[in-house]
Design a protein around this ligand. Structure first.
Ligand SMILES: NC(=O)c1ccc[n+]([C@@H]2O[C@H](COP(=O)([O-])OP(=O)(O)OC[C@H]3O[C@@H](n4cnc5c(N)ncnc54)[C@H](O)[C@@H]3O)[C@@H](O)[C@H]2O)c1
Length: 259
């Protein structure tokens, strides 16, 4: 039997087939999971997301628009999941946003309040906002993951306010794990290595980061989306039943290197 047989959950964050969420859904589906999806509102966003889901082999997907900055949108998505299915087993938070004008080397100190708070809202708070709505649908337990990056703990030139938001996301991960553990809901985060996605291209000097990791990481290569996809299966399946509140590095080992 496959690892996710009989499990159903929500996967947020598929913009296209380069997205981490795409690779995560691919691995989950391969292991027998049923995935429900959301896309950022807008005709173009929906079309690209549908194309990617189609490539996953799902012809009639459960798909709803979601701007995670809107409580009404969040309420609507989880209410519809409750009405349609009653319960879910897992949640994938694979979204983030910061104004790219402030994701450039030398542009952190002058970050405007609105840019800072929006990055924190969409990239960190929404993990708690989703968890709060998903938990009642996980009456018999469940598992959640979000996606972080090394810039949460070290200052990476150009990552700037997104690094601050990822630090908040990793702390949010721990507090959610502490509270939801009593309901047998596990909460973890994957710290992924750099991957060329739409969001990543907004980070100034991203190409240099890829080159550096390839040279310095113990595995001497950059990660593939499928590396994170398969690690997600571990964290969302019963294989990791004793694991919660953790940040799992899927980064070719880059984060352990001193020099
Ligand atoms: N690509 C990398 O190098 C890298 C490394 C580590 C972690 N991550 C993280 O992985 C996650 C997924 O990003 P990705 O790299 O796959 O890029 P991506 O651009 O493919 O995905 C980002 C997603 O966030 C969604 N999003 C943005 N604002 C939103 C909002 N207000 N409401 C709902 N959805 C919204 C977008 O629609 C998109 O689907 C993010 O949390 C990102 O920070 C990325």
């Amino acid at each position: 039997m496959a690892l996710m047989t009989g499990k159903r959950g929500l996967v947020t964050g598929i913009a296209n087939d380069y997205s981490f969420a795409y690779s995560i859904a691919q691995s989950l589906i391969r292991e027998g999971a049923q995935c429900l999806f959301t896309h950022l509102p807008g005709e173009k966003m929906e079309r690209r997301c549908r194309q990617a889901i189609d490539q996953l082999g799902i012809k009639d997907p459960w798909l709803m628009p979601l701007d995670a900055g809107s409580d009404e949108n969040l309420d609507a998505v989880f209410a519809k999941i409750g009405a349609d299915f009653g319960m879910i087993d897992f949640l994938v938070h694979s979204i983030a946003f910061a104004d790219k004008d402030w994701l450039k080397d030398g542009k952190f100190t002058s970050t405007p309040r609105q840019v800072y708070t929006q990055a924190m809202d969409i990239s960190a708070y929404t993990y708690a906002a989703m968890a709060n709505r998903a938990a009642p649908l996980m009456a018999s337990g469940g598992a959640m993951i979000a996606l972080s990056y090394y810039g949460a703990e070290k200052a990476v030139p150009g990552y700037n306010v997104m690094g601050v938001a990822k630090a908040a996301l990793e702390a949010t991960n721990r507090y959610l794990a502490l509270e939801l553990g009593q309901k047998n809901i596990r909460v973890n985060t994957i710290s992924g290595g750099p991957l060329k996605t739409l969001s990543a291209m907004a980070v100034g000097g991203f190409g240099d980061i890829l080159d550096w990791v390839e040279k310095k990481a113990p595995l001497r290569r950059n990660i593939a989306g499928s590396d994170v996809g398969d690690a997600s299966v571990f964290l969302l399946s019963d294989l990791s039943r004793g694991v919660t509140g953790q940040v799992l590095y899927v980064d070719s080992g880059y984060s352990i290197v001193g020099l």
